[in-house]
Design a protein around this ligand. Structure first.
Ligand code: NAP
Length: 197
């Protein structure tokens, strides 16, 4: 069975957006969280148009190649303008987790309203032998609470945003992590953790 992991660009103080994110406003005043996608000379082999530094391309492409399906929270789906009816990844199916109907959902997307376990199960089925990616602090937290996460990747950008949507949210108990790899790169440090169970 494939693994379940989250990978987010995050500020040192733990935000995955700046202030006032939303449809048409992207990450709000936190757009620099994504600068490292375009700050180098190495084209991504998975995402057209991304040009990363060599160490970032190595880390990013290795992760992106693992993904067979993605579970995104409703906020991520809305703030990303429904991913244009497709998904955030060139080949992975998008599963949207929400408690409400989503009238704009397309045949290339799947809406799940019955909770994180069902969303991850739907993503696993869509992913086949590949892994499941999680997008959104709320979704990642729900999956951690449910014991469904194998790995957490933080692409840590050296800034204190001071506000925005937090990656780290309240958990009922400690979650122990084991550092698998730390890769310093221009404009970002890639921190790859395994969740200890
Ligand atoms: N920096 C990065 O790499 C990165 C990556 C991904 C996303 N983002 C950004 O992060 C922001 C979104 O993150 P977020 O933490 O605010 O939200 P999120 O995780 O994307 O979405 C949270 C929403 O998902 C639904 N949800 C969560 N758990 C659920 C459950 N157990 N059952 C049913 N529905 C559930 C709920 O929607 P409803 O209650 O409305 O139904 C909840 O309000 C966006 O602005 C996005 O662009 C940044």
């Amino acid at each position: 069975m494939g693994k379940v992991f989250s990978a987010h660009a995050v500020s040192v103080d733990g935000y995955i957006t700046g202030r006032d994110p939303g449809a048409g406003r992207g990450l709000g005043d936190g757009t620099m969280l994504f600068d490292w996608y375009f700050g180098g000379n190495t084209p991504s082999r998975v995402f057209d148009g991304f040009r990363l530094s060599e160490p970032s391309a190595r880390v990013f492409d290795a992760l992106a190649a693992r993904v067979g399906a993605i579970v995104a929270g409703r906020n991520t789906y809305e703030d990303s303008e429904h991913f244009g009816g497709g998904g955030p990844h060139p080949s992975a199916r998008l599963i949207v987790l929400s408690r409400r109907p989503a009238p704009a959902i397309t045949e290339r997307q799947t809406l799940v309203t019955t909770g994180i376990a069902d969303a991850v199960a739907a993503a696993r089925a869509a992913a086949g032998d590949k892994d499941v990616g999680l997008m959104g602090g709320g979704v990642a937290t729900e999956a951690l609470k449910a014991g469904l996460v194998d790995e957490v990747v933080l692409h840590q950008v050296p800034i204190l945003l001071g506000g925005g949507r937090p990656f780290f949210q309240s958990l009922p108990e400690h979650v122990r992590l084991r550092l698998v790899e730390a890769v310093p790169a221009p404009g970002v440090t890639h921190l790859h953790y395994a969740v200890e169970r």
